[in-house]
Every structure is written in structure tokens, then in C-alpha cells.
Ligand binder design. Sequence first.
Ligand SMILES: Nc1ncnc2c1ncn2[C@@H]1O[C@H](COP(=O)(O)OP(=O)(O)OP(=O)(O)O)[C@@H](O)[C@H]1O
Ligand code: SF4
Ligand SMILES: [Mg+2]
Length: 321
Amino acid sequence: MSNEAILTVKAASCRFDVSLPALTRLISRAPRRILRAVEAVSFAIPRGTTFSVVGESGCGKSTLARMVVGLQRPTEGSLRFADIRRGDGTFGPPRVQMIFQDPYASLNPRWRVGDIIAEPIRELKLRSSEAETGIRVGDLLEVVGLSRTDATRFPHEFSGGQRQRISIARALATEADFLVCDEPTSALDVSVQAQILNLMVRLQKEFGLTYLFISHNLSVVRHMSDHLAIMYLGRFVETGPAEQVFNRPRHPYTRLLLETIPDVEKPNRERRPMSGEVPSPISPPSGCAFHPRCAIAVERCRSERPLLRNDGEIRLACHLA
Ligand SMILES: Nc1ncnc2c1ncn2[C@@H]1O[C@H](COP(=O)(O)OP(=O)(O)OP(=O)(O)O)[C@@H](O)[C@H]1O
Ligand code: SF4
Ligand SMILES: [Mg+2]
């Protein structure tokens, strides 16, 4: 593992124009409406590590993931991949693949699993013959804990967890270096979730993969993250080494997220329900966007937006924490 950043994101923002059509706007005198999905987000991911982004629904996680894989252009700021040297001696930009929440939607139901996994190998001409491609597909199925004979079956013949294994095998078939995983386990049962997470951790070690891992659940990312960013209404509010954030959460929102997750070690612990609604990213609250839900908010929080500041390895945006 090296400390060289494979991805550097600088002040990336993504805004969507969600205004009414121009004529309607003119007649009703409605103003333009800009939705700030991601605002001035900066981070770097060292090669071979996992950077996790956690926050509630609508905070901009998928938009950030889509910018990283190039499916969405940033409105401002930059995202840059560093050239890397791979195991096979080649040097160039990392191969980036995305793994989605719903593996069924991303697997062609009419194709046999063997063809789904072989497609990128054929497309990128990563093997010189069909025989070699077949061997590679069988190897990949075994790497993700399925069997070589599964190549002849169709996606609907597999469980959700197995389908996610197929998605991972297909991502590996491209000889990916960097995987963007958008809630890859949130559609699965808890026990299956753990199996897939363990598989991902093993594959990371085996192939030196780098992960950008997205989740709304802090407990999911706890054991696999090196770095963690807590996102609220498009902005990072606390970032740092994962263990430090877990052991000493400072931002009131991070604390709220930690208090409301089920604790596997203490299942009977009394949990507070998540308080308050997430405000709209079209008209976010003034000052600190978290102030309407914050238990310790003071007058200043309503008028002045806290900037991210460094405290050791932690970055934090709060006037009081
Ligand atoms: N193409 C788009 N056009 C307009 N608004 C969009 C678009 N894509 C996303 N948004 C809005 O941007 C905000 C962030 O959406 P995003 O999908 O990134 O959130 P998320 O954190 O992934 O949520 P979830 O946990 O529900 O998946 C939301 O308010 C969403 O409605
Ligand atoms: S800045 Fe104020 S409202 Fe925002 S999290 Fe800190 S204390 Fe709460
Ligand atoms: Mg999402």
C-alpha cells in the first residue's frame, strides 16, 4: 500500500437547475431554482485504501459517486486520477468501475452469467482467445465465491447476495483498480451484507484495489473504511481516519448518526430515533444547514456557515465542536 493519492477531488460541486420551464416561470414570476446536490467537496484517496462517504438519503452521495466515475460533470471544481503502475507493468490512469445497490438492475437478465462477465474481457481484448476468456471467467467466479459451473446460469437463478458477487466479478473482469461502490449491500439481509463486505475486504487485499464506498449506514462502513467523510446536504461536515471518527465523533450530526444506528454488540441499547427531517437542498437553511436539527445550536449557527477546519487529522465544520 502506498500513500500516493489515486484520486484527488478539489472543491467539486454539482448543481442542478430544477426551475420550472421558462414560459411558466415568466407567467408565474417564479424564480430560478438551483439544487445544490454536492457543494465544494475536497478529498484524496490513497491507493489501496477505502474512503467511505456516509449520510442520509438525498445528501448527495450518489451524485458524488457519479462525478467520480464520469457519469456526471462537476459544475465547479476538479476530480483527477493519478497515473498508476499496475501489477502487469503497464502505466496509466486507473480503471474505474461502479458497483450499484441493485445488482439485478445492472445485470442483463437475458444473458448467461458467463457472457455477462466475459463481455468486458472481450470488449477490452484482455484475453487472446475464447478458451482463455472462458478460463478467466471461471477463475473470477471462484474468486468471488461462486462456482465455475455458474457461468451457464441466468441472473434470476441467483439470490441477491450471489448477484452482487456476479457484479463484483464483472467489475474485476475489467481489471479494475478503483471501485466506486454505491450502497452495494443495502438491499441485502444483514448476514449476507457481512459476507459481501468480507469478500470486498479480501479482494482489496488480494488485488490492491482502492474503494470509494457509499452508505447511509455508519455501522456498515465501520470495519472496512480507512477514511470516512460524513456528508450533510451536499457538504462534508466531518472527515478523518475512520477509527478516530468512530471513537470520538465531534460533529453533532456524526453523533446523531452514531446514536441512531443499531449496535450489533449492544442490541438492547436504547436508541434515539433520528430526529428531524432533512431540509431541501434547493433552499438549505441559513448559516449551518444542520441548525434546525442540532441540539446544541446557538444564535451564530443560524447566520454564519461554519467552514471546514483542521483539527489534527480530522476536518470539521461546526462552530462549537
Ligand atoms: N439529475 C438530477 N436532476 C435534478 N436533481 C437531482 C439529479 N440527481 C440528483 N438530484 C438531487 O440531488 C440530491 C442528491 O441526490 P443523490 O442521489 O446524490 O443523493 P443520495 O445521497 O445518493 O441519496 P440516497 O441515499 O437516497 O441514494 C437530491 O435532492 C436529488 O433529488
Ligand atoms: S455549527 Fe451550530 S448548528 Fe451546526 S452543528 Fe455546530 S453547533 Fe450545531
Ligand atoms: Mg444514492
